[in-house]
Ligand binder design. Structure first.
Ligand SMILES: C[S@@+](CC[C@H](N)C(=O)[O-])C[C@H]1O[C@@H](n2cnc3c(N)ncnc32)[C@H](O)[C@@H]1O
Length: 268
């Protein structure tokens, strides 16, 4: 499957089928980043949900030449699985109705343990994407080992303190060359946005790409600039859609970030 901006419609239907909670523009941005990283072996997803994001990240990584990536998903299963059975009218229920078959909804309702969730996601990922996924799930961040990750996708948390706790707990698990992706930035989770600003002020996160709902960070300014340069030099990059921008002096002189012009992706 073509994950470039040229294929936004097909990417959109694939996302709907898998039940990933992201717009296609953010998947295109993730593809742009993944194809410019080398040697990705481990990825952590904070908020594995229906595994739609995991399935798509797995395919993106395969296609970018990163084979056999080991994924770890964290989800307390309060909003999915048996824990959600008695939560009528939740927004998530509407989403399940949109993207899960009646059989899938029945099996989802019986998930109790993290292992059951991992097996359910593995079966569904293979069936819907044709690409097997190596996945282990846990219910809480506290159960994570000292494993170091190349990529962390942060996709839960409401309040500022809660999100900062997650960032401070998980960032030490990111390799120095790794990338930290925050979802719902400035859209669904305003206080998560505030938490990332505080983390930037503490020198923990260094932005390098602003997508639609996702922001991509490196752990240090040098790595952020290396990634900006690699993406801008990528011959597949369309500079009208992924533009290098002079950054704020806050991160150092001549610090640049990339801004995705997602409206132009839709217009094209
Ligand atoms: C927005 S969904 C994640 C969507 C998914 N990443 C995707 O791309 O499709 C958030 C998930 O995080 C889980 N969750 C929320 N807060 C959590 C916490 N503190 N610890 C573990 N899981 C949590 C919820 O059960 C829910 O399934």
């Amino acid at each position: 499957m073509d994950y470039s901006y040229k294929n936004i419609r097909e990417i959109y239907s694939h996302i709907l089928k898998l039940g990933m909670l992201s717009p296609p523009e953010d998947v295109i941005a993730t593809w742009t980043v993944f194809k410019n990283l080398s040697n990705i072996t481990n990825m952590l997803e904070l908020g594995s949900y229906l595994g739609g994001g995991l399935g798509i990240f797995n395919q993106l990584l395969h296609q970018a030449g990163h084979n056999g990536v080991q994924f770890v998903g964290v989800d307390h299963l309060d909003f999915v699985g048996a824990g959600a059975r008695n939560r009528p009218g939740a927004w998530y229920t509407d989403h399940f109705n949109k993207c899960l078959s009646p059989e899938e909804q029945t099996t989802l309702k019986n998930l109790n343990t993290a292992d059951e969730a991992a097996n359910w996601i593995k079966e569904r990922t293979l069936r819907l994407t044709g690409t097997p996924i190596n996945l282990v799930c846990v219910k809480t961040e506290k159960e994570l080992s000292d494993q170091q990750y190349d990529v962390i996708h942060h996709d839960y948390g409401d309040g500022v303190d809660e999100n900062l706790r997650t960032i401070r707990h998980c960032l030490p698990k990111l390799k120095d060359t790794g990338i930290y992706i925050v979802d719902d930035w400035c859209t669904g989770a305003p206080l998560r946005t505030v938490a990332t600003v505080i983390a930037q002020q503490e020198g923990l996160l260094h932005p390098f790409l602003w997508a639609k709902n996702k922001v991509f960070y490196a752990k240090n300014p040098a790595r952020a600039q290396e990634l900006v340069n690699a993406i801008l030099k990528d011959p597949d990059n369309n500079p009208k859609l992924f533009k290098g921008m002079p950054g704020s002096e806050y991160f150092g002189s001549n610090y640049k970030t990339i801004r995705m012009h997602w409206q132009a992706i839709q217009w094209s």
